[in-house]
Design a protein. Sequence first.
Lengths: 306, 328
Amino acid sequence: MSMAKTQTPRPPQDYRGDRKVNSKFERFIAKAPVHISVLAIAMLWTLPTLGLLISSFRPSDDLITSGWWTVFINPFEFTQFTLSNYQEVLFNQGMGQAFLNSLVISVPATVMPIAIATFAAYALAWMEFSGRQTLFMMTVGLLVVPLQMTLIPVLRAFNALGLAGTYLAVWLAHSAYGLPLGVYLLRNYIGSLPRDLIEAAAVDGASHLKTFTRVIVPLSMPAIASFAVFQFLWVWNDLLVALVYLGGNQDVAPVTLVLRNIVGDRGQDWYLLTAGAFISMLVPMAVFFALQRYFVRGLLAGSVKG
Amino acid sequence: MLSADNLTLIFRALLAIALGSGGVILIFYALNVLVERLPKVWKDRLLPWVYVGPAAVMLTAFLVLPTIRTVYLSFLDSRSENVVGLKNYVFAFTDPGMLIAFRNNLLWLLLVTGISVGLGLVVAVLVDRVRYEALAKSLIFLPMAISFVGASVIWRFIYAFRPEGSDQIGVLNAIWTALGNEPVGWLVNRGLNNFALMVIMIWLYTGFCMVLLSSAVKGIPKDVIEAARIDGANEWQIFQRVMIPIIMPTITVVSTTIVVMVLKVFDIVYVMTGGNLDTDVIASRMIKEMFNFRNFGRGSAIATILLIAVIPVMVANIRRFRQQELDR
C-alpha cells in the first residue's frame, strides 16, 4: 500500500472506481439518501418527546378528543394552550413535592459516591498496600451484578434498622450501587495521571491528604464530572430502588414513583400524565444538554456498566 | 404558593442535601486527621484502608453480602423459614408463566440488541458524513436522559387506542386508521404487545450504541478506506468487509452492555402492562413474586437465575481488565 502512495498520486475523493463525480450538485445528489435517512431518523426519534410536550399544554378535553398534531392547523391560536395541567399535577397530585424529593434524593446520592469513590480510586491507583489488585478486580466484577440480587436482604436490613422509607436509606443504597462504576472510572483516570506530578508532591513533603486535595482532585475533574452526570441521571430516573426501599411512604416519593402511581391510578387522564412526565424529564434533559460532553466522555471510558 | 409550609419544605430539603453530602466528606477528613497523627509505621499501614475503607465497606454491605444471602434464600421457602432445596428453581423452570417470561426475555435479547446495535451502527456511519452531525447525534441520544417511566408515558400516548369511529389521539393509530384500517390495541394484542414494549427500549438505547460506535468509526484509519475505494469497492462492500471487522471489539462491548441492560429491564414492563397479557419478563416477575405474592424464596431464585445469566459477561470484563492492567 505504501508503494501505491509514492508511485500513484492519490485521486481526489470524488472518484468512484474510474467514474468521476465532479459538480457540487452531483455530489449533493449522491449524498441525498444519506441526508434523507439521517433527517428521517432524527425526526423519528424526536417526535415522541415532542408529542408529549405539545400535549402537556392542551386542555384535558382537547386531549381526549383530538390528536396533538391538530395544533398545527392553527399554530397561533393561543387559546388552545393552557398551563392548567401543570398546575393540577404540581399542586394537587403531589408532583411538586415529588420534585423536591427527587432533588433531595439525587444530590447527596451523587455527591456521596463521588467522595467515596475518589478517595478509594486514589488509594487503588497510587498507594501501596496488599489486596489492592483483588479489591479492584472485585469492583470490576460487581459492575454487572443486577440490583435485583440485593433487594430482599437489604430491604430486610433496612426494616430491622428502621431505615426503610427514609432519605438515608436511598442515599446509602444509591451510593453503594454507583460505587463500582465510580471507582472504575476514577481509578482508570487517576491511574493515568503523570507519575512525576505525584512524586513531586511527595518529595515536597506533602502528606497523602494534601496531594489528594491539591493535586489529584483538581486534575481529575473531567472524570469526576462524567461520573457525576451519570450518577445524577441514573438516580433521578430510578424507579426500582425508590419503589423497594421507599415503598409506601408518599412523603418522600420521587417523581418517578409518583408518576408511576398516576399511571397506575389514573392511566387515562392524559392531561395529568403528559404534564407529570414532562416535569420528571425537565431536570435530566437540562443536565444532559448542558453537560453532554462529560456524559459522552464517561460513556466511552466506562462502557462496561450494565 | 410560597406559603410557610412550602418554605419549610424547601428549607428541610436543603438541609438534608447539605447534611447528606457534607456528612461523608466530614467523615473522611476526620478519619484522615486521626490516622495522620499515628507513628509512621502505623500510618502507612492504615492510611490506604482509610481511603479505601468506606468504599469497601459499602460494596460489601450492599452488594457482596446481599448477593450471597439471596442465593442462600433461594433455597428456602416463601417466608424464608424452611429449606426446600431446589423446589424454587423447579418452579422457575416449569411454571407456564415463568416459561413465557423466559421466552419474552429471549425475544427481547435478540431483537433489542440486534436492532439497537445495528441501527446505532448504521446511523453512526451515516451521520459521519453530514455537517449537522452534532445536532443529529444529540437528538437521537436525547432519549437516554429520559427515565423508563417517562418513556413509558410517552409511548403509552403514542399507542393510545380509541374505538372505531372516534378520532384517534395516539400517533400510531392515527396513521394506521388514515391508511384505512381499524384501530389496534397495540398494548393489548398479545401478538404485538411485546414488540410494542421492545420498541421503547430500542428508542432509548440506539443513541447509546450510536455514540460508542461513532467514536469507533471515527477511529478507523482513513487510508484503509481510501485504498478500498481506489480498488473500486462500493460503499456497502466497504462497510461490510472493511469497517465492521476493524470495529468488532467495540461492537462486542456495546452488545454485551445492551444484553446486560435488557436482562435487567423491569420498569418498562412494570409501568406499561404490569407484566400482564403475556408480556412478563424475568426481572418484573421477580418483583411480582417479592411484593405481590410475597414469596421470597421464589423471588430469590429468579434473581439468582438472572445473576447466572450475567456471569459470562462479568468474567469477560474481568479478563479484559486484567489484560489492560498488563498493558499498563
